[in-house]
Design a protein around this ligand. Structure first.
Ligand code: SF4
Length: 168
């Protein structure tokens, strides 16, 4: 769609979709699954023929990340297999710092590859700062409205990003 006269182009980094099963990607699958964009959860639910609440309770979790000012932001990710923790919960920063295999990683492969999380599909191989930018980009999409269904499902207060201002 053409931009309106005088409007500014959308700003922000562009993260290209990558496709590989290199050791960096496998390490992420074994230690720290990538986060979904809000619309990605619905796409996965459709792919697995589940409704979103059932998908969340069986296979997903709420993750958290710390912002530069120390505030916390939540988002949705695949469940991590560790310590008997069940899917459908909210992870703390300390829990997320511990490695755990993604619930969708089986026999060396991603079992939801066509609808894998946004962050997995744009795996950053060359620099921690770009990986941080990618996570912050995803976090911006997890507004309070996007998190509301998961706050209801978990019964916990979740912290979303403030809505983007128009023109940004
Ligand atoms: S969703 Fe797929 S690509 Fe992403 S961490 Fe899990 S197994 Fe790996």
């Amino acid at each position: 769609m053409p931009r309106k006269p005088g409007s500014r182009p959308r700003q922000g980094p562009v993260f290209k979709v990558s496709s590989c099963d290199c050791k960096d990607c496998v390490a992420a699958c074994l230690n720290s699954p990538g986060w979904f964009m809000p619309g990605g959860v619905k796409a996965l639910a459709n792919h697995l023929n589940l409704d979103v609440p059932t998908l969340f309770k069986k296979f997903l979790a709420v993750g958290v990340t710390a912002m530069p000012d120390g505030s916390l932001r939540h988002g949705v990710m695949p469940h991590k297999m560790r310590d008997g923790k069940k899917p459908g919960g909210v992870w703390t920063l300390a829990e997320l710092a511990q490695p755990g295999r993604c619930v969708f990683f089986d026999r060396g492969k991603c079992t939801i590859y066509p609808v894998r999380p946004y962050e997995c599909a744009r795996m950053i191989h060359d620099g921690k700062s770009m990986a941080v930018k990618l996570r912050r980009h995803i976090v911006k999409a997890w507004t309070p409205a996007a998190l509301k269904p998961y706050a209801e499902l978990t019964g916990q207060r979740l912290y979303g990003a403030p809505p983007r201002k128009r023109g940004r």
